[in-house]
Design a binder for this molecule. Sequence first.
Ligand code: UT7
Length: 332
Amino acid sequence: MRYSKIVGLGHHVPKTVITNQYLSSLMETNDEWITERTGIKERRWIDPQKDTVANMAAKATRMALQRANLTEKDIEFIVFATITPDYFFPGSGVLLQRELGLESIGALDIRNACSGFIYALSVADQFIKSGMYKTILVVGAEIQSTAIDVSTRGRNTAVIFADGAGAAILQPSDKPGVLSTHLHSDGRFAEELYVRDPGSSRKREERQPEQILDTTHFKVVMNGNQVFKHAVVRFMEVINEALAANQMKKEDINLLVPHQANLRISQYIQEKLALRDDQVYNNIMRYGNTTAASIPIAMSEAWAEGKMKENDVICLAAFGSGFTWASALIRW
Ligand code: UT7
């Protein structure tokens, strides 16, 4: 049986640290509220003069390649998860291909928000298992700070979402590997967390030429309570689904790397699964919620800290806009 295996992990976060105190100078919020409700103490925002989704992804990729002892030329396919591509189209996958100096290899963009990295991992896993490719780059990268409403009106999302990139390199292996991936969605809740424009859904009469060009129409809408309530249920469901599919119990998990949505959500899952603090990796305190980038950044840091050892069972899980939710179980 052929499996896919993660042979290298990398990440990149922008230099600029944005503290809760700094945000409270821009809008009516405070460190106590943000810490208590989300666990976030600081996050990173890009330098718009220098950083792009694709060049941050390239930095994360180079770290992953170096750790895997590979070079750019070894990559045969790119799967890029982002909801904040550099352009409306084409996707950032092709821009990353250009950044890495690669010619003509395929590049696929995935737009499944917080679940995007696990969706991307699942696609890569199938391509490796089928024998189609031998080395696939899976990336999650986001620049969300440029769409943040820094007035008090936008505070329920502005304090949460942030920027960063993470990368994983997958190759075939005769030992596991990625054990299974589980992907779900429920479009009935699409508008509970969404950005409407620049979408094609507006009626013709609403589309004044100045609106089409006005980037202030890029507005994140989130019904935080509703998202939270669904998240805690779906996280548990999809983790249990992954365990059942592999005849495992929650005691078999060595490390859970949840999407870094809100520390309260991670703590809820930890409690339900009766996991110790050292069995759940959280870095939302330092980076905020980086959507598709959060899991690969967290995995890259956890690996560097020696928290993912050979033979360990690693569980990834995510929930977010769509709604979409997903999990993966990996034998390290
Ligand atoms: O990445 C995956 C997708 N996203 C998530 O998983 C996020 C899930 N949801 C959440 O994390 C939480 O719902 C939030 C952290 C977004 C909000 O926490 P909450 O406990 O659900 O707060 P709330 O929206 O019910 O608001 C409570 C109060 C409101 O004031 P009133 O109406 O009670 O006077 C808000 O206006 O807190 C106010 N508020 C704030 N106050 C200070 C909202 N945002 C802020 C803020 N600073 N940044």
